[in-house]
Design a protein around this ligand. Sequence first.
Ligand code: ADP
Ligand code: MG
Length: 394
Amino acid sequence: MEGGRESDLGQLLAAARGVYKTAFGGVDPVIAVSAPGRVNLIGEHTDYNQGFVLPMALQMWTVMVGSPRQDGIISIVTTVEVAEESQRVQFPVPVEGGALKPGEPRWANYVKGVIQHYRAGPLPGFNVVIASNVPLGGGLSSSASLEVATYTFLQQLCPDDEDPVAKALVCQKAEHTFAMMPCGIMDQFISVMGKEGHALLIDCRSLETCLVPLTDPNLVVLITNSNVRHTLTGSEYPTRRRQCEEAAKVLGKPSLREASMADLEASKSLMSGEVYKRARHAIGEIERTTRAAEALQSREYERFGQLMVESHNSLRDDYEVSCPELDELVSAALEVPGVYGSRMTGGGFGGCTVTLLESRVAEKVLAHIKDKYSKTATFYSTKPSDGAKVHHLP
Ligand code: ADP
Ligand code: MG
């Protein structure tokens, strides 16, 4: 079992400092920040439908350590190996009238996008090292944690007004315009606003948030990484988004948030079977998420687990974003008494499942999933943690 310990953060920061000293002439960095990855407990593919999501921040982080420099150059090193790409990149601070553009290496686009859209200035140049224990591309949002860590780092160089909503929105914009991923707001919101011992109910329409306690010592949130990622054509996410927009248009609503199941049934004949199913997932999932938040608040874990299972089935059958590996992991988890619920989490087609269980059966669940899963899974047992932080270097 990996992850989920506060001491891991200290180790990450120490590792980043070590690399910094080697990469940047033997001096110590003066700034250190962290931003967590996240797991979504329920509310999948609802954020871009203006609905609700219920994520929690993980005890897994992207950290950045660095210092300003006076020559207007930004020099970035990542300790994480990303595909075949160079782990080092250097470019001038964008001056007034000029603009950064996305390019190679692609991982740096997440950082560049945040620099480009940062809400204060002028920024100085800087040296920085990035380290992370959020698995890349595993559905735990290493990308948002990288963006939010970057923003938090820039706040130390050139303070802004510290508005958390505006901060999360800039990070989302960076992902849209520099990584070309039209994501919703969930990942950046939870990475900024997460709180220890709490899940965060986010209303993606009003941008209001509500903390829901999740501290019961008899509960475990287990994340299981399928370690597969089916790339398919790469257009699945934008296609689902478009289909939801199409359904809302047919229903005459600004978004599926405003639509009820009754509205959908009444207009079923006006849309294709596929668009109908996508909308049925989104509308049902938005309702399930508010009910799940209530169940968690009143500690009704059986009910919460049931909603997780309904969510998974809907993602598998109506939204069609699951895959055999995720279905196997969920089925295996649900076979063990003491498991409340399990579902795929994140965009789909691979990545992770999230399972809510009684802590006394944790070992049994792990052993059973390992036994049943046709591939090799990785497990993270984790607690809800705080959002982005600044760390004081000794
Ligand atoms: P997820 O957010 O689910 O982990 P994404 O595909 O959205 O998956 O984001 C993963 C990408 O983010 C990586 O391929 C890489 O480009 C970038 N990335 C994330 N963390 C780091 C890091 N520590 N160093 C460099 N690039 C990173
Ligand atoms: Mg991502």
